[in-house]
Design a protein around this ligand. Structure first.
Ligand code: NAP
Length: 293
């Protein structure tokens, strides 16, 4: 391996230091930032995510409320709960864990969240602010990627960035953030997806290559430009009879092979995933600061 590791644990720690400092400042004003996490149904992965978010809140001294609802909760019942949380002064951040059961209209639920409490940064109000370069709550995973680049002094200005994936939670927002006329942005951005004709030809252009696909190891070494910065967002479970759980988690990037070509690379696990939760905590503190001001 020749690439330098971009260590999500280290960067997340630096975010937590800042978060703790701001929590202390808020405490002096009698404010404890509060995060409500809503879980509908019993999807085990979602339950694990929500638990780890609540655990981190506790560790940092944030107030956390985990609300678990049965899988047959109606759309209107969930809307009612969101409205209650919008009014609750102890809650500064509302997170409705995805995926929701199919009978619930997920984008419609997002619209019901008070944009000031939209710590996922998915509300069109916040998406719009981000796109026009105004302050608002930023989506956690893309925001975490920016923080990683910033920590390792990897300024994207003037660089060719290729984002593979165009989801509303990762691909589109990271592209939108990197194209801004702003610090840690000013990049020339290309978005690729499943209909891209020659993916390799596109990815080879990337001085920074961001993979947000959801296909284990799809980014091979011959798709990476020599010396590129490779950011792997993918979280994929693959069978591994040697692993204790019978599976292991890998990214979208063939880590070993791409490490020989890239200048910097994020691992999976221990990379972008660490940042997502850190930025959720940071956004909750941001929201509390804004609401309390
Ligand atoms: P998604 O909504 O499924 O989007 C995947 C994107 O990849 C789509 O735009 C799709 O293209 C594109 N794609 C699929 N197959 C492709 C192929 N063969 N070639 C080129 N493009 C292809 O996924 P997501 O929510 O963005 O998540 C992506 C991955 O990141 C998943 O593994 C997810 O678990 C992970 N993730 C990690 C974090 C974290 O904290 N680290 C956070 C969020 C997501 P089309 O649009 O044409 O279908």
């Amino acid at each position: 391996m020749s690439a330098q590791l971009i260590d999500g644990k280290v960067v997340a720690e630096s975010v937590y230091e800042d978060v703790k400092r701001r929590i202390t400042q808020l405490a002096d004003r009698g404010v404890t930032p509060g995060l409500a996490a809503v879980l509908v149904g019993e999807d085990p992965a979602s339950a694990t995510y929500v638990r780890s978010k609540a655990k981190m809140c506790k560790k940092l001294g944030l107030y956390s409320d985990v609300i678990t609802l049965p899988v047959d909760t109606t759309h209107d019942e969930l809307v009612h709960l969101v409205h209650e949380l919008n009014k609750n002064p102890k809650i500064h951040g509302i997170l409705v864990q995805s995926p929701l059961p199919p009978h619930i209209d997920e984008p419609a639920i997002t619209l019901e969240i008070d944009p000031r409490k939209d710590v996922d940064g998915f509300h069109p109000h916040n998406v719009g602010l981000m796109l026009i370069g105004k302050p608002g709550l930023l989506p956690c995973t893309p925001y975490g990627i920016i923080k990683m680049l910033e920590y390792y002094k990897l300024d994207p200005a003037g660089k060719e960035v290729v984002v593979v994936g165009r989801s509303n939670i990762v691909g589109k927002p990271i592209a939108g953030m990197l194209v801004q006329k702003a610090d840690m942005a000013n990049a020339t951005v290309t978005i690729a997806h499943s209909r891209t004709k020659d993916l390799r030809e596109v990815t080879l252009r990337g001085d920074i290559l961001i993979a947000a696909i959801g296909r284990a190891g799809i980014i091979a070494a011959d798709m990476v430009k020599q010396g590129a910065i490779v950011i792997d967002v993918g979280i994929n479970r693959i069978d591994d009879p040697n692993a204790k759980k019978g599976y292991r988690i890998v990214g979208d990037v063939d880590f070993e092979a791409c490490s020989a070509v890239a200048s910097h690379i994020t691992p999976v696990p221990g990379g972008v995933g660490r940042m997502t939760i850190a930025m959720l905590m940071s956004n909750t503190v941001d929201a509390a600061e804004q609401i309390a001001s």
